[in-house]
Design a protein around this ligand. Sequence first.
Ligand SMILES: Cc1cc2nc3c(=O)[nH]c(=O)nc-3n(C[C@H](O)[C@H](O)[C@H](O)COP(=O)(O)OP(=O)(O)OC[C@H]3O[C@@H](n4cnc5c(N)ncnc54)[C@H](O)[C@@H]3O)c2cc1C
Length: 402
Amino acid sequence: MTKFSSKKILLLAGAGHAHIGMLRRLSAERLKQTDTTDADIHLISEQPQTIYSGMLPGWMAGHYQLHDISIDIKSLCMRAGVRFVQQSLVQVNAASNKVVTTGDEQTDFSYDVLSLNTGADTDMRWLYDQNDHRNNGNNSVDREVDAGTVGSDANTDVIAIRPLSTFITQWQQVLKDAQQSEKYQLAIIGAGAAAIELVMAAQVALQKINRNHQVTLVCGENLLSGFNSGFRQRVVKQLYRHGITIIRERATDYCDGKLSTTHKSLPINAVIAATGVIGSAWTDSTDLEIKGHGFIAVNHKQQSISHSNVFAVGDVATRVDKYVAHSGVHSVHGGAIEADNLLAYLKDSVMKGYQPKTRTLYLLSCGDKYAIGSWGNVNLQGRWVWHLKKYIDKRFIEADKD
Ligand SMILES: Cc1cc2nc3c(=O)[nH]c(=O)nc-3n(C[C@H](O)[C@H](O)[C@H](O)COP(=O)(O)OP(=O)(O)OC[C@H]3O[C@@H](n4cnc5c(N)ncnc54)[C@H](O)[C@@H]3O)c2cc1C
């Protein structure tokens, strides 16, 4: 058991968008000597660096290097006066204010206040169901089938988009395999904005290697269901401009180099799943109240509805009072309110609610320095939209670089 000092302990688990914002804030306050936080703060994260998802498609398409899309969490912690612990969270026992982590060894940490920002896993249930694995009905999700070993042939892996650090290595292997192939066929499964960005970035990258290489989007019937129809039409035109094959059927299985959809069987060298999110594996064994498939149930203050000294924000959490999409934007904005609330909770003062804006700017990159934007019902597109996205993304990633 690790106990650090007599001060209260604020434990930050995960280095998602919200905790990056919190670290930046603490670091700025420390510089200006305006920091009034009277607590020992510790951050637990699997990696000393975190990959920024908004720029990942740009990296795949060759516009950025890996260091351009990475944030150095360890240095940020140092500047913020926060102790960095490179471990993975595996259990939260909220009744006894303890978390369990693994890394070099299993460790228990006590906390007074806990903030969770560990993101989520890729939802692979479309594949689990095919393999006869079912949700066991008590809020925990059956994860027995590992995406890396699905199918009768161990070489026919499905690549999950999350965790991003694993995806990075797997994408580099895809490029190597494509370099050895005369006609490489890649399928991307998903119908959301992330899948669309990935498919166009992948097509640009593979076609640079060989014009015979081809990417297929398997998206079911509800492509970009959360967006207006004008935006969807613009996206479909861009997919056709890139020569991407679109299959509006559900993927059901991938094995022995064959991808099965509702009515088809396609020869495919590799499959990437960007099929939405599901709660992280560690949420299976927590006593925190869960909503949906493994998400921590929180109120408008981003506070657990079952344990008032636990807060959660970003993809790991789900609001119980209203629908808020799982997205980086809400992790950043909800995270700013959550940071205020963590500090308020420690001082026993009044907390705020997070009221998401009714309209958010969404910029979707189209692979080749071209982008489509949507803000409510207003749609935009062009090279200048890509440059606007680049400017916004760089401002986020470089906020603490000198
Ligand atoms: C290709 C792609 C493009 C996207 N583009 C956009 C976009 O343009 N705009 C937008 O709003 N959203 C976008 N999204 C969605 C967005 O990435 C997520 O909603 C967002 O990353 C969620 O942020 P988060 O703060 O919850 O956590 P994450 O960004 O997922 O970060 C979680 C962090 O916690 C760490 N972690 C995870 N598990 C553990 C553990 N057990 N123990 C310790 N540490 C752990 C991880 O290593 C990571 O550093 C995109 C997603 C993808 C895949």
